[in-house]
Design a protein. Sequence first.
Length: 415
Amino acid sequence: MAGEDPLRRRLQDLPRSAWVIFSGMFLIKFGNFLNVFLVLFLVAQGFSAFQAGVALGVVGVGAFIGNAVGGTVADRFGRRTAIAVSMFGSSAATALVPLTHGLIATTALVGLVGVFAQLYRPAAGALLVDVVPEKQRVTAFAVLRLAINVGMAVGPLVGGLLSGASYTYVFLGDALFSFAFGALALCTLPGGRPPVETPAPQAAAKGKGKGGYREVLSDRPYLLFLGSMVAATFVYGQSTATLPLHVTDAGFDNKVYGLLLGLNALLCVVIELPLTKHTERRNPRRVIAAGLALLGIGMALTGAMQAVWLLALTVVVWTVAETVYTPIANAYPAEFSPAHLRGRYQGAEGIAHTLGGALGPAVGGLLYSISPPLHWTACAAVAALGALLILGADPGDRTTTTPQPTEAPEPVPAA
């Protein structure tokens, strides 16, 4: 089994295209300055905090649209094309932000950035599934998360230095990193799209001849998986939505909150990849369910903790939960999706996370304002619901007759 191979060997066996995706993901997460500094930039331009928050919310709406559109683009025009369009479009739109004046124009532009910035995501996930053998997929998605975590941990520090000189440098830096990933994708990733698979009779019967997102949305086990991911992201989102409120209410300043998030990032970097050696051997639904249950416990305990070391202990609990379920969950859509719909299945997963990410701060903030104990209890309940949903998300037998795609998929026929 893959889990029995040394970690170093498993990493060496990953195909080149996977490492290109890892490198590109690091680049754009390192340079994800717009989301981090947009509110501060707009307030500095004279807009209110509410107006700046609305603009940031529009970025989230754009991300929702980008995931949906990106899945279709990845399946119809190829993974490389989708990534290149996403990165070059995001780069151009981001570079224009500091040159745009007026709230409406700026808000519309950053919404467009949100669309382009997320359009790559289904293609990147689908390409990993295309080129990475099944036994290595969990490891691949764990490395992908490592690249994301390292980029997000270091990037804002550089963005802060740039913002001290000029916000123009912040947005130009973001645009430069997106352009770099687009160029890297064009030069090194395989073109075209994988051949259409011939599904097993059971899978064909379930598909009922539907196409595109209609087929995805008619896949009931996959909808259960998506529901569990909405729940997971809702609960995990409290780490940035209501945890800082609890830290403040407990009498601590923002430095303590920053240290807690730093602890989360450090643990993810250190333990997640080695942990997958053990979790990938087990039933994925049970692993994800166990991780979500632990996530709910960790978040629920947060509300009862008033000392810094106890808050740090709860961070350890829900961070371990994150490292348990996330790599498995990221690889799990491959169990459902035929090759010609992998982009859309990945897009649907992205939509689920975007929805959970939008509901988490809104509903969580409302519940916390009503009653903090009620809020933290609700987090445990939502996580438990997600665990129950994933236990029912059994893809069944979806064996196909097409062999594992290679690094050089068949080209897309000319229109």
